[in-house]
Design a protein around this ligand. Sequence first.
Ligand code: HEM
Length: 450
Amino acid sequence: MAAVPELSAHGRARRRIPRPPGRPLVGDLAAYQHDPIGWMVGARVAYGDVVQLAPGIVVLFDPDATHRVLSETNVNYVVDSGRLAGARSRRERLSRLSTWKLIRRDLWHGFDSELVDAHVRRYREWMGGADLDRDAGLVDVCRDLCGRGIVDFYLGGDRGTAALVTEIRAAADQLFARSLETLDRAEARVRWWPRPHAARADSANQRLVELLGEVIRQRAAERRSAPARDALDVLLAACGGVADDGLLGTLRMALFASHGVPGVALSWLLLRLAADAGLRTRVLDELDGDPMVTGSVATDIPYTMAVIRETLRLHPPQWILSRTAVQDTEIGGYRVKAGWEVVMCPYLLHRDPGAWAEPERFDPGRWLNATPHPRHSYLPFGSGTRICPGSQLGILQMVSAVQQLFTHYELSLPQFDTVTPAFTTLLHPANVTPGWHRRPEHRSQGGPTS
Ligand code: HEM
């Protein structure tokens, strides 16, 4: 497409961002919504590394530019892509940023290695005896397994609050489902369009916040000084035993961010393992005999880690990431204005032939070599200041699930090449209903947060 020069406020010539013809006000959103990944692939070929999807929405394909945006998050960009994100005052942004910094610091506090070990053991034992919902789809079963895991890690140490914790698990799941419902809709990217579904997500959020407030109050009232039973005990101790809003924000963020994404990752992993008996045997052999020691998963189980990395390469649940510019800035020689959304695509970076040898081939072996790819080409957990703080925990839970599910169940899943990927807010396998048949020798037991 011909570049149209224009003069910026600073007098430097800037080109207009290449874009498909599209329609007034909504640009090419209808075509994108109809076939998101098809649009991405086509736009990159036709228009290059920076493409305008619609007024105020820019898509980036270049790994270095993507890295720059992610590393400039909290400075030139913010994560919250709400309609007001770009319009917030500097003061409000700074105050949100300082709250977020405290939350991140507290999240790290929660990852105490003894607690992670205790949680993983509890989780594995429970999973070995769990009765899986035979009628549910694969993603729903995996989301439930991972959701139970994360709630157990944060809140599962106190049996006295078990009933409340069960409600919290349901509320976190509900919030995640309602948020997806809002984000997956066509109008989600049109800033001026009314979003009635957002109200349902707001009330689900309100419900979760109320329940979390209640569990925190109950714990704080115990005034316990004994060793921590779970991550909430650790977080409470870090706050001096006082139930404040920061603690509530930390728990809410952890439960929301970890509800759903790990379940989708686990779904892809099970599909990959089910598709290849040799691969599965090698992984299960490596996991035999309890080799997992927290913090050293990667060195203890290199082949399993390679399979997980390769699965996340070809099927990153967060296949796109998004930021909102908070001030006028520049990307690849193009001007991006405050308030614009910048969308990046780990899925395509992970399959870029310029970065990966035979990118479409599922090949865990590539991870056993020292450098399987150039920098900035692998982002399943994001990058920069907002990189996923739960990646190690997520991996431990996936490893536990694989070991327990294949040990205790006969699992039947469709041929991998018949599975259709759905490119919605998360990249998930569409409409897969697994067959779970419990191997006879094992019994059912109470869950970590059943
Ligand atoms: C395989 C599992 C997981 C995957 C693939 C994953 C992926 C991601 C990605 C891509 C981001 C960055 C999003 C962005 O840049 O916009 C992220 C952020 C986050 N993840 Fe995870 N995640 C996983 C598991 C977990 C778990 C188990 C937790 C539990 C605490 C967690 C907590 C978070 C939080 C709190 C954030 C937001 C961080 C921030 O904004 O500062 N994740 N995750």
